[in-house]
Design a protein. Structure first.
Length: 322
């Protein structure tokens, strides 16, 4: 039976190409390559993921390019996290360019070589997003909780070195995913996403708690700069929960699903939430800016008015504990 290929479950978003990532013994008896092998009649989860990835094409690409343009424009007065934000935006822009190639390969080319290149891009998304977000959380955590030590670690060389480590891990994971055939390789992503999710939640909750407690004596309002940092961290926490909680909640319980249900429904849906972060992350960053450059003023005013109404609603809920 061909169902034994379900042992390699960590084929991001498109687990149907599982024969490419199985052991040599299984490959020897597998039927000829097919991009829909194993999920030909159970493709609803895959189509759901593809639909969200199409949003990345039309919204994610311009949003990430705009984030890179903003970071380049502000390079003379950079934030300490800008290098991590730039790396994240670049990787998300790259991943957002892949869906048209996926569609062409699914319905036209049906090429095993093209699928290998697609697997590499999925490996980049699996690793770069969580790791760069973890670096941003680490940077903010040290800045807020340990400000004295942060002053000693402001030099860009520390962030460049950490970014190089992230890129090395990303390309190593992506290469291994492309080659395939590694035993229990699917457990690597599960372990990574659990570890990074826990780390990011702990960091952001600690930052929010520290900012809440940092009011001056007898003051009911938070300092404007700290309030701005509070909103930034809160938005990052929302991204983490929305995009990373579904795979964290679903994937560790793989044994409770049938192999076909996990490969064709649970896994694509879980990865869909992770993949759409390529659009959500840059939009959240741009919405936090007081003025978005390169955009018409009418767009900026409309966006700012929306967020002004939202901020006017938020103080009553925050003031009691601020």
């Amino acid at each position: 039976m061909e169902k034994n290929v379900s042992s390699t479950l960590n084929m991001t978003s498109f687990p149907t190409q599982l024969p490419l990532n199985t052991t040599g013994e299984i490959n020897a008896t597998a039927k000829p390559f097919s991009v829909f092998d194993g999920c030909d009649d159970l493709h609803e989860g895959i189509l759901f993921d593809l639909t969200l990835q199409c949003i990345n094409v039309f919204v994610g690409i311009p949003a990430n390019v705009l984030v890179l343009a903003v970071l380049i424009r502000n390079r003379k007065e950079p934030s300490t996290s800008d290098i991590f934000l730039g790396g994240l935006a670049f990787m998300d822009a790259y991943f957002s360019c892949i869906p048209p190639i996926i569609l062409l390969n699914l319905y036209l080319w049906k090429s095993k070589g093209v699928w290998s290149a697609i697997k590499f891009s999925y490996g980049v998304k699996d690793t770069s997003g969580p790791l760069f977000l973890s670096c941003i959380c680490l940077d903010r955590f040290i800045a807020v909780v340990f400000p004295i030590q942060f002053g000693q670690l402001k030099h860009i060389k520390y962030r460049v070195s950490l970014s190089v480590v992230v890129l090395c891990l990303t390309f190593a994971y992506s290469a291994a995913k492309t080659v395939g055939g590694l035993p229990n390789f699917e457990k690597v992503f599960t372990g990574e996403i659990l570890a990074t999710f826990t780390w990011m939640v702990v960091c952001n909750v600690s930052i929010l708690y520290t900012l809440k407690r940092s009011r001056g004596a007898g003051k009911d309002e938070m300092h404007p700069m700290k309030k701005k940092a509070f909103k930034m961290v809160l938005s990052i926490l929302c991204i983490i929960v929305f995009n990373y909680l579904p795979p964290v909640a679903l994937f560790p319980f793989e044994d409770y699903y049938s192999p076909d249900a996990f490969r064709c429904y649970v896994q694509p849906v879980g990865f869909a939430f992770l993949n759409i972060s390529s659009t959500i992350q840059p939009l959240v960053y741009l919405c936090r800016l007081e003025k978005v450059p390169f955009l018409p003023d009418s767009w900026a005013k409309k966006c700012s008015s929306c967020f002004a109404r939202e901020s006017n609603k938020s103080p009553p809920a925050q003031n009691p504990t601020a």
